[in-house]
Write a protein that binds this ligand. Structure first.
Ligand SMILES: [Zn+2]
Length: 461
């Protein structure tokens, strides 16, 4: 789709000079001056190198992931597959919930350090967050995310043991490319805790972990299907409380103010409101306190609601409607009302960068994966992730890779699928696609410019 943005590599005036200085990878032999060899004129070189023509000059130096690059990246990833399988099974066996992923934090950071990464443990003020980086020379900076928290009662029901190793495998593939001397720049693996609670990456966005350190950020997520344009929607949550007046429910009910009636009224208000919501809007909740005893008019009730919609810019509309439902219920029952929206803020939808998503898709198609159309993929929206908040700061993708299961995420069937050898091999395959996409970010100036343009045009403005 964006192929028209890239042009074939051409070694122009500047490239020719760099070759002769030995700056390219393949040796260039300069023949003794002969009549048919046309050397570039001084003016031509100066105009190519001038800052005004900088992008043009850079463009001419573009290198794309060729078969040699592919071989280096793929070999590095395949070589660590069995070590990563052991880590994945360990994290599956010893599941930890959000912000308590101490074992995962230790296992992953020790492994990354042993592979030559500079590791910061307990990064960004969170004990179970980390940052692992590797730099070689000047260049662009690629970020990858790992998650490793599980679900109470379900274990690794979202397959975050696979996400954990997918980040590690991907940065190992990119590091091998940097070590080969074929690319320069930086790769960072962000260890992002508590995704299921939608905390880790939001804290890290607040602390500018991604904005100040990398040019793009990508990660992989397992699922029952493959999607390079997986739709992840925005979500916010609110805690609601009603306060009434208690009394004997049979002897003196007229003296009470019933906080449970207010709650029932809220449910009715929301149910009727739903008819006028967009098909893509969601409001769902539970009562967390419905009163103390049947013979006491409840003086305090509480509930917990989620609201979701396609784009986070639309969430205000839903919040306002919901708040009206709360206020109306309080007024009609004579209760006091109080509500608190989640302090850390809204979890934004994921804005998939289409240039990165198409590139990842193309590499995966080479591996034999077929993707539904972008429109079809976006119809399957429902889940949310804190990666959304990253995607509104820098170019991001969050593709889903299938792991040979029909079970959906957050089920016991998915927990079982997340430890099979098939799922592991699917993970390693997806890592090859993601690492090669990262390689293109490092190597190909015009590709990166297209990525940035897509972000600037669709997200920033
Ligand atoms: Zn998940």
């Amino acid at each position: 789709m964006y192929n028209d943005h890239y042009e074939e590599q051409s070694v122009g005036c500047l490239g020719g000079i760099l070759s002769r200085l030995g700056v390219t990878n393949s040796p260039v032999y300069v023949r003794a001056s002969s009549s048919d060899e046309k050397l570039p004129a001084y003016e031509e070189c100066m105009s190519q190198a001038s800052p005004l023509n900088a992008s043009h000059a850079m463009h001419r130096m573009d290198v794309k992931a060729d078969s040699e690059v592919e071989a280096i990246v793929k070999k590095a990833i395949n070589d660590v597959s069995s070590e990563l399988r052991a880590i994945s099974l360990d994290l599956h066996e010893n599941m930890e919930t959000g912000m308590k992923e101490f074992h995962a934090h230790e296992v992953l950071t020790n492994y990354l350090e042993s592979k030559g990464f500079k590791v910061t443990r307990g990064a960004y003020g969170m004990e179970t967050a980390f940052q692992a980086e590797y730099t070689r020379g000047e260049g662009r900076r690629v970020g990858i995310c790992s998650e490793y928290d599980g679900l109470p009662g379900l274990g690794q029901g979202c397959g975050h043991n696979l996400i954990a190793i997918s980040g590690v495998a991907t940065v190992i593939g990119v590091k091998a490319l940097l070590d080969s001397g074929k690319a320069s720049g930086k790769v960072i693996l962000f260890g992002t805790p508590a995704e299921e609670l939608s905390i880790g990456k939001i804290v890290m966005v607040h602390k500018r972990a991604f904005q100040d350190n990398v040019d793009v950020c990508m990660m992989l997520h397992p699922g029952p299907y493959d999607a390079n344009y997986a739709a992840m929607i925005a979500v916010h949550d609110v805690k609601l409380e009603f306060y009434g007046k208690p009394t004997h429910a049979s002897a003196t009910p007229w003296e009470g103010v019933n906080a449970l009636d207010a709650m029932v009224q809220v449910w009715n208000n929301i149910s009727m409101m739903r008819q006028q919501l967009l098909p893509t809007d969601r409001v769902h909740g539970i009562v967390t306190n419905g009163g103390q005893a049947p013979n006491i008019i409840p003086d305090r009730t509480s509930a917990f609601f989620f609201v979701r919609t396609t784009r986070f810019s639309e969430i205000d509309r839903l919040m306002k409607k919901l708040e009206n439902c709360f206020t109306a219920a309080a007024l009609s029952t004579g209760c006091e009302v109080n509500w608190t929206w989640r302090e850390i803020g809204v979890t934004k939808d994921v804005f998939q960068n289409s240039v990165l998503a198409d590139k990842y898709g193309a590499y995966m198609e080479k591996e034999g994966i077929k993707f539904p159309s972008r429109e079809e993929q976006q119809k399957g929206a429902g889940g949310s992730t804190d990666m959304g908040n990253v995607s509104y700061e820098i170019p991001t993708i969050h593709p889903i890779f299938g792991i040979h299961t029909t079970a959906s995420n957050h089920t016991i069937g998915f927990t079982a699928a997340a430890k099979t050898l098939d799922a592991h091999n699917d993970t390693i395959m997806a890592c090859r696609g993601l690492a090669l996409t990262a390689a293109d970010v490092l190597l190909d100036e015009s590709f990166y410019q297209a990525v940035k343009r897509d972000f600037d045009e669709n997200v920033k403005n």
